[in-house]
Design a protein around this ligand. Structure first.
Ligand code: C2E
Ligand code: MG
Ligand code: MG
Ligand code: MG
Length: 279
């Protein structure tokens, strides 16, 4: 009967689920010590504006080098950091480190990802203010990237925090636009400085008329609203031509550069300035 079937199902799935839960717990335990053990570092990916082909700045991307497992993908550890609340101290480290690093660069922006969990924690605006002051970074050089999931719950409070951040002079981008819970009402509720079109659309431009239509639509929406539109995940010259033709105002992707360590940022700045002189 049902009981026997249930037990049978357990016998099949239990070991695999237990294994998965154990692995996750181990990773969570390791994540708790990772900040103190200095296992995190940042990588920086160039962002380019399309009208002048000028390098405008970099996005800071978090990396975790686990002592025995090697590099762990943010796709794997960020969700755990969010569920445990560890993203709050880790995110603070990212912001302070990114601002301090960018302060020594030429006048370019540094984009930093913010987790929805950081919005629910107290003191985000004070922390951003302090990170800027400590680094000596002008607020207009910081761009904060938020996803739509940050705006889903408790939206009044979140919108208020976004306004306070913008009042500091910091810019705010809507990341991964077009996937998940996309709602055009967010664009009316809050004046974003930039929409970043999710790379899943850019990556399928060649084979999907739907992706073409979506990229075009978001780019014209941005143009009407007076909001910059960045195409994420541009890897080829064809994709670059295409998103430019669609009216996107900026790009980020492997075509112009993969995320690189701090030590290579200077070389990337030189290389992309040379491209601009030729173009
Ligand atoms: P994101 O903020 O949308 O960052 C862009 C991701 O796309 C990065 O992956 C980047 O390496 C990848 N990417 C950029 N151009 C290309 C391309 O041309 N082709 C392909 N295949 N990929 C490209 P990454 O570094 O693995 O980060 C994944 C996500 O993890 C980020 O997506 C962001 O949501 C999250 N993340 C990374 N660092 C942080 C952080 O410091 N804080 C928070 N809260 N989230 C972070
Ligand atoms: Mg981002
Ligand atoms: Mg994105
Ligand atoms: Mg993403």
């Amino acid at each position: 009967g049902a009981k026997a079937k249930g037990r049978g199902a357990y016998q099949i799935f239990e070991p695999a689920m237990e294994e998965e839960a154990r692995a996750r717990h181990a990773l969570e335990a390791d994540l708790r010590g990772a900040l103190e053990a200095r296992e995190f570092h940042l990588m920086f990916q160039p962002q380019v504006r399309l009208d002048t082909s000028e390098l405008t700045g970099f996005e800071a991307l978090l990396r975790w080098k686990h002592p025995s497992r090697g590099m762990v993908s943010p796709a794997e550890f960020i969700p755990i950091a969010e569920e445990t609340g560890l993203i709050v101290p880790i995110g603070e480290w990212v912001l302070r480190t990114a601002c301090a690093t960018a302060a020594s660069w030429p006048d370019m922006t540094i984009a930093v990802n913010l987790s929805p969990v950081q919005f629910r924690a107290r003191g985000l605006v004070a922390m951003v203010t302090s990170a800027l002051a400590e680094a000596g970074l002008a607020p207009h050089r910081l761009e904060l990237e938020v996803t739509e999931t940050a705006l889903l719950d408790d939206s009044e409070a979140t919108i208020e925090i976004l306004h306070q951040l913008r009042a500091l002079g910091v810019r705010v981008s809507l990341d991964d636009f077009g996937v998940g819970y996309s709602s055009l009402s967010y664009l009316r509720k809050f004046p974003f400085d930039r929409i970043k079109i999710d790379r899943s659309f850019v990556g399928t431009l060649g084979e999907s008329p739907e992706s073409v239509a979506i990229v075009r639509t978001i780019a014209s929406l941005g143009s009407v609203l007076g909001v910059e539109t960045t195409a994420e995940g541009v890897e080829t010259a064809d994709q670059l031509d295409f998103v430019r033709e669609c009216g996107c105002t900026a790009v980020q992707g492997f075509y112009f550069g993969k995320p690189c360590p701090t030590a290579e940022v200077g070389r990337v700045i030189e290389k992309l300035s040379a491209v601009r002189r030729v173009a």
